[in-house]
Design a protein around this ligand. Structure first.
Ligand code: HPA
Ligand code: ZN
Length: 337
């Protein structure tokens, strides 16, 4: 079964590049940059990856990101993720990065984006993986800070497909960023937003109506509002669901209680993603395996999830078609499953 989930062609649409910082790499970069970490060893770091909620995770995630100082650090982080993604047959990936996590520590925006961008270019050339970049604003910071970040991003417009919204959801509704998102769309960016991870269905409505998002990141709490569920199904607004993340951050008590299968059965365009794989116990294939095992997903469900990952991407129609043909021929040839 494991090889099926590694081998099936897929796209990943919800991955924070800072959340792919494995503890081993964190220590390697910390040594190189002479930075003291809040952990004494890789084992101690892994033991600390036990979270009560989103905020308790974010505190550790930002502490880890503090080791990233130079362009080479961002390059190495991104390159390592791309290698892992390719090993799980991710054909296309749409990667979030959080510039404010770095610019607030005095790291220039261009250091961050150049390191990531160079790795993505090499990923295309040397590993054959297609990618897009999504700039996320930290929603616990002000709308003014988000606007300043958008301004710094304008010279790099061609390298950034969309803007998004992440970090502490509760108390920081999408409406706080309406003006910034208006400006981002005016400048030609697509938009996405984390909504309905810890926040209510109302946050999802706001993301759709005020921020005009193309898809919702997480979105699992849409289930609170039958009208919203109907709307998401009719409009086929995708949800980038992250099953292992949701259990680690206690959005659901266990994988068996996750609503992925329910949302799929309701006809929503749901996808499976890893969110912060270094912190949540697995990359995209492990998320598929955990979901399949706990929720009894059948072959049709798995095919639909993989197909949705391409449909929900920011690729062109032709590119989507090409990747879906690839998926279809894989399914035909894979009769053992
Ligand atoms: N939610 C919000 N912000 C984040 C997450 C998440 O799951 N991961 C990294 N930043
Ligand atoms: Zn996320």
């Amino acid at each position: 079964m494991e090889t099926f989930f590694s081998d099936i062609p897929k796209a990943e649409l919800h991955i924070h590049i800072e959340g792919s910082l494995e503890p081993e790499l964190m220590f390697e970069i910390a040594d190189r940059n002479k930075i003291k970490l809040p952990f004494n060893s890789v084992e101690e770091a892994k033991k600390a990856y036990n979270f009560e909620n989103l905020q308790s995770f974010l505190d550790i995630y930002y502490a880890g990101a503090n080791v990233l100082r130079h362009e080479a650090d961002f390059y190495q982080l991104t390159w390592n993720y791309l290698q892992k993604a390719v090993s799980q047959n991710v054909l296309h990936t749409e990667i979030f990065f959080d510039p404010q996590t770095h610019t607030d520590r005095g790291i220039p925006f261009e250091i961050v984006i150049n390191g990531i961008r160079r790795a993505l270019e090499d990923g295309k050339e040397k590993l054959g993986i297609s990618s897009k970049l999504i700039l996320c604003f930290l929603r616990h910071l002000s709308a003014e800070s988000a606007m300043a970040t958008l301004q710094s991003a304008l010279p790099y417009k061609n390298a950034i497909a969309a803007v998004g919204l992440d970090s502490s959801e509760l108390g920081n509704p999408p409406s706080k960023f309406q003006t910034v998102f208006d400006k981002a769309r005016e400048e030609g960016f697509l938009t996405v937003a984390h909504a309905g991870e810890e926040g209510t269905a109302e946050y999802i409505w706001e993301a759709i109506e005020l921020l005009k998002v193309s898809r919702i990141d997480h979105g699992v709490r849409c289930i609170q509002d039958p009208n919203l569920v109907k709307y998401l199904a009719v409009e086929q607004i995708p949800l980038t669901v992250c099953p292992l993340s949701n259990v680690k951050l206690r959005v659901f008590n266990s994988m068996a209680e996750h609503n992925l299968k329910q949302l799929l059965d309701l006809g929503l365009c749901v996808t499976v993603n890893s969110d912060d794989p270094a912190y949540f116990g697995g990359y995209i294939a492990e998320n598929f395996i955990a979901s399949k095992t706990a929720l009894n997903l059948d072959k049709k469900d798995i095919y639909q999830l993989a197909k949705n990952s391409f449909l929900a991407s920011f690729l062109s129609l032709e590119e989507k078609q090409h990747f879906i043909e690839n998926l279809d021929s894989f399914m035909l040839s894979y009769s053992r499953y």
